[in-house]
Design a protein around this ligand. Sequence first.
Ligand SMILES: NC(=O)c1ccc[n+]([C@@H]2O[C@H](COP(=O)([O-])OP(=O)(O)OC[C@H]3O[C@@H](n4cnc5c(N)ncnc54)[C@H](OP(=O)(O)O)[C@@H]3O)[C@@H](O)[C@H]2O)c1
Length: 330
Amino acid sequence: MKQPSKRVLVTGATGFTGGALAKKLVERGDHVVALVRKGANIAPLEQLGVELVFGDITDADAVSKAAQGVQIIYHIAAVFRTAGHPDEYYEAVNIGGVKHVIDAARTHNVARTVHCSTIGVHGDIEELPSNEESPFNPGDIYQRTKLAGEQLFAKAMDDGLPGSIFRPGAIYGPGDLRLLKMFKQIKRGFFPLFGGGTNLYHLSYIDDLTDGIILCGEHPNALGQRFILCSNEYGTLKDLAATIASQLGVKAPTFAPPIGPLMLAAKACEALCRPLGIDPPLHTRRVEFFVKSRAFDNSKAREMIGYQPKISTREGVKRTIKWYQDNDLL
Ligand SMILES: NC(=O)c1ccc[n+]([C@@H]2O[C@H](COP(=O)([O-])OP(=O)(O)OC[C@H]3O[C@@H](n4cnc5c(N)ncnc54)[C@H](OP(=O)(O)O)[C@@H]3O)[C@@H](O)[C@H]2O)c1
């Protein structure tokens, strides 16, 4: 039997991206350790033979225990627009958790630590396509804490921590549930393109992304660097909706109501719900989905570490639909 080549830690392995990464690492023969929370869906990791360490990223001792003896840490865990969390929780997970990962990496002399950020740290992009050096302009608590976590990690790299940072676009593909609603609405024939859908949208297909993440963990040129890990192509939201519609065999959405009233309604919902501590049914950040433009140049990752996204949006959408259908979701 092939010997495990490396012992690696993946945080966030019960989630979409971390789970796909853990699976790929196991398939290549690595010994994967995952830091998981009690109550999380661990069955897929157990089936893969992943070693589980129970604990929370906000618990420094648990993170340190999970990092013992590993050569690479892939820090993927984050709180990502989950309903009902106060700002302090985002800070504890997306900033405090990064600090614990850095401390654990130092304590255990981990050879490489890879930190997952997001293109969302750039906010709405003025200069298109944007790149790693473009200004930061985070728009909400998720993006603000992801940026602070990234900056903490970058400072640790400046101080000698061997590591690298990657920023994915909107991650999609088999296993993703975040874009499912859009696919369902398009299939039903009602996906309003608020504001016209002319904003640019940049995706990262999961299988290409996990290849890129492993390059960040293993390629010598990745040390001390930050990379955009997006697909090779980007397009308008309207084009993406049309691609999904064509793969589903339905009519492309064209109904384009104005964005203003929707944004006003979202602001009113947030203002009413916040003092009551309830999650608003409509968020301004959901409305921003129809407004903010995101388009990036991935050439730094292609040239420095050989990142090679292979899946076109059309093919990625096709595979995603198949997965939704195979799992009776669509
Ligand atoms: N999805 C996107 O479009 C996108 C785009 C850009 C960047 N990103 C970044 O990519 C990463 C993965 O995103 P994803 O969409 O795959 O996320 P996801 O499916 O929501 O998974 C998040 C993971 O983080 C874990 N986690 C959350 N809070 C934790 C805590 N306190 N302690 C330990 N583990 C905790 C979750 O564990 P449980 O299972 O216990 O909840 C889960 O395994 C994140 O860093 C995110 O910021 C995502």
